[in-house]
Design a protein around this ligand. Structure first.
Ligand SMILES: Nc1ncnc2c1ncn2[C@@H]1O[C@H](COP(=O)(O)OP(=O)(O)OP(=O)(O)O)[C@@H](O)[C@H]1O
Ligand SMILES: [Mg+2]
Length: 375
């Protein structure tokens, strides 16, 4: 017999919703480090116990959360990053849904400590399974520290599916290394079970950060191209013996997987095999980031344009590094890289994610001068 339709209890619905956003320690770290970057942090420290299954801590020196707003930070759909539907058309921050902390709070024992820029006292918020247990004024260092213990302790089936600590740690390490390349102006570090395992302190060159991941043999090639308002920076390490093509892609400072970009690289064939790291900047209105629950995919308004831009940049990089200078590109004859292509080395100290896209101006107008930092 059919059961009647009933509204789920909040404690059940919040856990179901949380499952869309929080899948593993790496997805927790991704959300927390994106919050830190949105807060203009210059230092992001991550530490894990048991690969994050025991404890995940992300500390930043960003602008912090005002004491009175701490309870809102763990409420669903509460955000400081957008306010109206029109903002959804031009998202310039990594977060926008106001879901990450609420989701994390629903499936862990959460503690947030924060000192907001300009305030004299800090605050602590403690939550267990989404229920606020404490909201106190306490002394806090500048910035924000989020600690999540016992991930999925209240969803045993989900917890059982977490991978071994070593595997979760590897995923988090990979995530931090990728973000470190995308944000060379930020110092990232990772420690696991009390042992420091990764730090980018003071390293500002993307190439150097990539060499730490990929090694420097064979050499890493670089090309930056601009067409209209779109900028593509591509790093490529060819495979000496052919083989697979692996790509890491950031669009407007967000790590995504995108079939159009992958297809653009693959269309170059075996010649382009190897490791790719692409940083693509487009005006926020050119891309819809609100299409995936974990914000891991985007949709371009004009995917043909992005295909051509990526393909042309990659082809130039592959042909020039192979010593063959070609005068024209295959494909759409309307595509042009602005001449000359910008290939002036590695853009250290450039914050790649524009907060406010300059009207018709250069994508690189906003360099190394974010708004005021936390004191
Ligand atoms: N590290 C941080 N520094 C400063 N403010 C923060 C930090 N983390 C969270 N916040 C504040 O708490 C709010 C809620 O964070 P949460 O991650 O849940 O949502 P969001 O980032 O707005 O959107 P999304 O769910 O897409 O991540 C943010 O809008 C921001 O105002
Ligand atoms: Mg967020």
């Amino acid at each position: 017999m059919k059961k009647s339709i009933r509204r789920l209890d909040e404690s059940v619905s919040s856990r179901i919703a949380a499952g869309e956003v929080i899948e593993s320690p790496a997805s927790v770290v991704k959300e927390l480090l994106e919050n830190a970057l949105d807060a203009y942090a210059r230092t992001v420290r991550v530490s894990l116990r048991q690969g994050g299954k025991g404890r995940i801590v992300v500390e930043d020196d960003g602008h912090g959360i005002p004491f009175g707003e701490l309870p809102l930070a763990v409420e669903r759909f509460a955000t400081s990053k957008i306010s109206g539907t029109e903002d959804l058309e031009k998202i310039g921050t990594l977060g926008y849904r106001g879901e990450a902390l609420a989701s994390l709070a629903a499936v862990s024992r959460l503690e947030i400590r924060s000192l907001a820029e300009g305030s004299s006292g800090g605050g602590l918020l403690k939550c267990t399974a989404g229920v606020i247990e404490a909201h106190l004024e306490i002394p806090v260092e500048k910035g924000t520290r989020v600690q999540a213990d016992d991930l999925f302790f209240n969803l045993p089936a989900r917890r059982k599916f977490l991978k071994q600590a070593a595997s979760e740690t590897r995923k988090v390490g990979r995530l931090l290394r990728d973000y470190a390349v995308a944000y060379p102006e930020v110092d990232f570090s990772l420690s696991c079970d009390g042992r420091a395992v990764y730090s980018t302190a003071g390293v500002r060159e993307r190439r150097e950060l990539l060499e730490e991941q990929w090694g420097n043999d064979p050499a890493i090639h670089f090309k930056k191209s601009r067409t209209g308002d779109m900028v593509v920076e591509a790093f490529w390490q060819p495979h000496s013996t052919g083989g697979r093509l692996t790509s890491t892609v950031f669009v407007n400072g967000r790590r995504v997987t995108d079939p159009v970009i992958r297809a653009a690289l693959s269309s170059l064939g075996a010649e382009a095999s190897g490791l790719w790291f692409l940083l693509i900047e487009v005006p926020p209105g050119f891309v819809d980031v609100n299409i995936h629950p974990a914000k891991a995919e985007v949709r371009f308004k004009d995917s043909g344009e992005i295909f051509q831009a990526v393909r042309a940049t990659a082809e130039l990089l592959v042909t020039v590094s192979a010593g063959e200078v070609r005068t024209s590109f295959r494909g759409d004859s309307t595509w042009q890289i602005s001449s000359p292509p910008l290939d002036a080395g590695v853009a250290g100290n450039v914050r790649t994610r524009p907060e406010v896209f300059p009207q018709g101006g250069s994508l690189f107008a906003r360099v190394s001068s974010p708004p005021k930092q936390a004191k």
